[in-house]
Design a protein around this ligand. Structure first.
Ligand code: FE2
Ligand code: FE2
Length: 201
């Protein structure tokens, strides 16, 4: 039985994956952009952890994995004979970023950024699982290597969600639980307001 790495408060309906697979080229193109942005997020968070080395190293590993995913999604697209489309933006991530504590450089903003990153990873994991289940019968995407890749991505994104949560707990201790509670509601609210499209979010 699949369990997302964080206790997400809105389960993606089964029909979502079939709708997302209506345009597999668009889905993968969007996902390539997401992997690239995930790498950039990990790199940009590093600025908040100067003066230490363990968390910057964790973030460097995380960025490396996301860059590896980015390359491999592009390779999968190349294998299908598909092209990278312009980045259409991600209203899900934008909706979450808009709700961040606004003061640049503030500790509350850093806590929010870590929790939002953890939630995006957890939601990616949940949706990759749905795609994995739905694509097993898909005429183009049903090939075994593709499914193995989705499964690997799903496990990695679960690990990233927990890594961001641990970084938050290490820095912010008891302040994390109530803030996560708030963000779990916000995340469900943002997701519920978005139309389904051929994208992970
Ligand atoms: Fe990734
Ligand atoms: Fe990730």
């Amino acid at each position: 039985m699949f369990k997302p790495p964080l206790p997400l408060r809105l389960e993606t309906p089964t029909g979502w994956a079939e709708a997302a697979l209506a345009d597999p080229e668009g889905l993968l193109s969007d996902h390539a952009h997401c992997e690239k942005k995930a790498a950039l997020t990990a790199l940009s968070l590093m600025h908040a952890f100067t003066g230490e080395v363990r968390i910057p190293l964790l973030l460097a590993r995380l960025a490396e994995e996301e860059l590896n995913h980015f390359r491999r999604v592009l390779e999968a697209m190349q294998g299908f004979g598909w092209s990278l489309r312009p980045d259409a933006g991600n209203r899900y991530a934008q909706g979450l970023f808009e709700a961040l504590e606004k003061r640049n450089g503030s500790e509350n903003r850093l806590l929010d950024r870590l929790l939002v990153s953890a939630l995006i990873e957890a939601r990616s994991c949940e949706r990759l699982h749905k795609l994995e289940t739905a694509s097993s019968g898909h005429p183009e995407l049903g090939a075994a290597p593709w499914l193995a890749f989705l499964f690997e991505l799903e496990r990695c994104e679960a690990g990233h969600a927990l890594a961001y949560l641990r970084m938050a707990e290490e820095r912010f201790g008891a302040a994390v639980a109530p803030r996560l509670d708030l963000w779990l509601d916000r995340e469900a609210g943002v997701l519920a307001g978005l139309p389904w499209r051929s994208a992970v979010h």
